[in-house]
Design a protein around this ligand. Structure first.
Ligand code: GRF
Length: 210
């Protein structure tokens, strides 16, 4: 019997290179899933252009257009439900989701963070600030973490991590680029592939793969 393709909804705020890596992996037949909708917190996000070029329904749910985070998240939830989402993927999404949406997708809401959590996570650790902090702390290695989303930022169960070496002449931008190219764009599609193949299980508070 043919496996059912999983329905994916991707939340973005910026360039969408992680989303593009997932779409390319789907094109290569590595992920048994389909991106049904893309939701951006920012109307200018290039990720929206990438989605629309592929004919994927793309929506803007900007905080300024809603009375509260809860009202915005009710709209995000409505789009996810209409898409019959199996998994909701935060691919560079900068908003902070309210408990209603986190609780609606237990172990089905996934984020990628550009550092080796639990280090360099939480409030203020986003985008280039993460890489600045890694260099400032004199770390020898960095990387990215794919994890389930929990109510506290960057604290959910870790599914997978990938590492890069920090080089002596690294700037925040060179480190960011190496983490994106060498880790994020490979790790996130790989984890989404595992999820869509039902290979990720949570047992006794631990993530098991295989
Ligand atoms: C990535 O570094 C991701 O880990 C972080 O935000 C960045 C988004 O990049 N959460 P892109 O929009 O996928 O290009």
């Amino acid at each position: 019997m043919e496996k059912r393709k999983k329905n994916l909804v991707v939340l973005v705020s910026g360039g969408g290179s992680n989303m593009a890596a997932i779409l390319e992996s789907i094109d290569r037949g590595e992920i048994c899933g389909e991106v049904k909708a893309v939701i951006s917190s920012n109307a200018q996000a290039y990720a929206l252009t990438r989605a629309r070029e592929r004919g994927i329904p793309a929506y803007v749910c900007a905080r300024a257009d809603f009375e509260s985070n809860e009202a915005r998240d009710a709209e995000i939830l409505r789009i996810c439900r209409r898409a019959d989402a199996d998994y909701v993927l935060l691919a560079g999404y900068l908003g902070i989701l309210s408990p209603a949406i986190i609780e609606a997708y237990p172990y089905r809401l996934i984020n990628i963070h550009p550092a080796l959590l639990p280090k360099f996570g939480g409030k203020g650790f986003f985008g280039i600030h993460v890489h600045e902090a890694v260099l400032k702390a004199g770390e020898r290695e960095s990387g990215a973490t794919v994890h389930f989303v929990a109510n506290e930022i960057d604290t959910g169960l870790i599914i997978a991590q990938g590492k890069v070496q920090v080089q002596e002449n690294d700037t925040p931008h060179s480190l960011q680029e190496r983490v994106l190219d060498n880790v994020e764009h490979k790790l996130f599609p790989q984890v989404v592939g595992w999820l869509c193949d039902d290979k990720v299980r949570v047992q006794n508070g631990r993530v098991e793969i295989g």
